[in-house]
Design a protein around this ligand. Structure first.
Ligand SMILES: Nc1ncnc2c1ncn2[C@@H]1O[C@H](COP(=O)(O)OP(=O)(O)O)[C@@H](O)[C@H]1O
Ligand SMILES: [Mg+2]
Length: 244
């Protein structure tokens, strides 16, 4: 992927396994959000193939791309809810918008997904009265109500306090363990990756530099974790070097 003369992703190659949770880590600005947008066809890379169930979304017609995209739910960075709507109305929105369902069907589905994300007691509440973690959980239910096969999370815990982040980690893990869904989680939160990732990959210089299965990543000497944490240490060292 390139923006004018700036290369962002370059030769990135990864296979996402069905019904597993894959975590993609990398420092800010490395191209994590760009990657998710390319996979759902919101951005078109200059080169390469993105194969989703045998269809290359890069070369697909707009109509075909729309069909492919309908299998994907995306929790955007910040998980933005509609301010003027209650939790119930927010979760109902994707179904209400398409006008293919009766009010009774919508009601059943809203309650089903609110129950899964443990937000049933808050259905009549508006977003400004919710904690950060609850907002994200409501946004997850809103993504899930269309029953996507793929669920993409863009930094689902960023900006949350540790306890709220913990409730979001737990929810992501619960969904990936109990619902037939393939999750792709983009984050720089090591705790989230440790808890929810079946596979963890690191992006460096536009490509995947290390990929580890859960068991490997959990070991204290994990190469991926070491490299990710080193990036921060390198910045600290550069700071000291520049001050001399
Ligand atoms: N639409 C765009 N036009 C130009 N540059 C962009 C665009 N989207 C992202 N970028 C650039 O691509 C790089 C990667 O961005 P992004 O994927 O948002 O990073 P992150 O890993 O933090 O999610 C950044 O340098 C960003 O400025
Ligand atoms: Mg981003």
């Amino acid at each position: 992927m390139r923006f004018r003369d700036k290369r962002v992703l370059n030769g990135l190659d990864i296979v996402i396994e069905d019904n597993k949770a894959t975590v993609i880590m990398g420092r800010s600005g490395i191209g994590k959000s760009v990657l998710l947008k390319c996979i759902c066809g919101l951005l078109v890379p200059h080169k390469g193939v993105i194969d989703i169930d045998g269809h290359n979304i890069v070369t697909a017609s707009p109509r075909k791309a729309k069909v492919i995209r309908s299998a994907i739910g995306m929790l955007l960075q910040e998980g933005a809810l509609f301010d003027g709507m209650t939790v119930y109305e927010n979760i109902a929105f994707p179904l209400a918008y398409h006008r293919k369902h009766s009010p009774a069907e919508i009601d059943r589905e809203v309650r089903r997904y609110a129950d899964i994300v443990e937000m049933t007691p808050f259905l009549d509440v508006v977003p400004r009265e919710l904690s950060g973690g609850m907002k994200r959980k409501a946004a997850i239910a809103r993504c899930m109500i269309t029953q996507p096969r793929y669920l993409f999370y863009d930094e689902p815990t960023t900006g949350l306090d540790p306890i709220s982040a913990g409730t979001v980690d737990t929810m992501i893990k619960k969904l990936s363990d109990t619902v037939n869904i393939t999750s792709l989680i983009v984050t720089h939160d090591v705790d989230l990756a440790l808890f929810a990732g079946d596979t963890v990959a690191l992006i460096e210089d536009g490509r995947i530099s290390v990929i580890e299965a859960r068991a490997e990543f959990k070991r204290p000497e994990s190469e991926l974790r070491t490299r990710f944490i080193e990036q921060r240490e390198i910045l600290h060292e550069e700071y000291h070097a520049n001050r001399k």
